[in-house]
Design a binder for this molecule. Structure first.
Ligand code: ADP
Length: 222
């Protein structure tokens, strides 16, 4: 089933088009890597998908006509206030803030299951500030998963991770992808070759949407 479909999407700031007539389809359990040089519109596209900005024309359709609150989002270089000593559990649970209300309590079972899946149980009472870069990224991924296990959007999640932490993080993503659709902005060509099944390139010199294997063939043919 189609998870998300962008139809003839254009976005411009003033007279400058960031992208024009962009169409692509993400199926359930796809792992789409969005690539392109700085300034090619990757973050702007994510903002459109998240509903933070409206495209100038075209539209984005979600599964079953649902809205984008079914998205779990891990933004780029997430900075949390170092003075606020939040625990791992509190940060992960904060992913559910948009779901709770006077008659809807915290989804404790879901939070526990996400902590279990991401092997964060032994860290749950620790302060976020005490954690390593790789552990922090795992906690922020858990927060996004508590918000939604339907679609995950990750903006350059491995940017500040060392090689080993990056490998571990990608292993987790691969496992999550068995049940969750993932869209990830990345510069990490080595790794997206290995983990994503589809690529959207916003590079004006190499526009592309299709399978990762076709993209690799295209690059080698250049
Ligand atoms: P990327 O994420 O690929 O680095 P961006 O989506 O951040 O690219 O930016 C795409 C283009 O849109 C750039 O030329 C950038 O300068 C421009 N841009 C981004 N945000 C704004 C804004 N709020 N107002 C005007 N121009 C913007």
């Amino acid at each position: 089933m189609t998870a998300l479909q962008a139809k003839h999407l254009s976005l411009r700031y003033g007279h400058h088009f960031v992208f024009k007539n962009l169409s692509f389809t993400v199926e359930d359990k796809d792992f789409l890597c969005i690539v392109g040089p700085n300034g090619s519109g990757k973050s702007t596209l994510l903002k459109c998908i998240l509903g933070e900005i409206k495209p100038s024309s075209g539209k984005i359709l979600f599964k079953n006509g649902s809205k984008n609150h079914h998205i779990g989002y891990l933004p780029q270089n997430t900075e949390l206030n170092p003075i606020f000593p939040a625990s791992v559990y509190e940060i992960v649970a904060s992913g559910a803030l948009n779901q709770i209300g006077p008659f809807t309590p915290y989804p404790k079972a879901k939070i526990s299951s996400v902590l279990e899946t991401l092997q964060l149980n032994t860290l749950k009472n620790k302060s976020f500030q005490e954690l390593s870069g790789g552990q922090r990224q795992r906690v922020l991924l858990a927060r996004a998963l508590v918000a939604s296990t339907d679609i995950l959007i990750l903006d350059e999640p491995s940017n500040n991770l060392d090689y080993k932490s990056k490998q571990d993080f990608y292993k987790i993503l691969k496992k999550l992808n068995q049940t969750t659709t993932i869209l990830m902005v990345t510069h990490d060509l080595d790794h997206h070759n290995l983990i994503g099944n589809k690529i959207l390139s916003l590079d004006p010199n190499l526009p592309f949407f299709g399978s990762t294997s076709d993209y690799v063939r295209r690059i080698h043919a250049e």
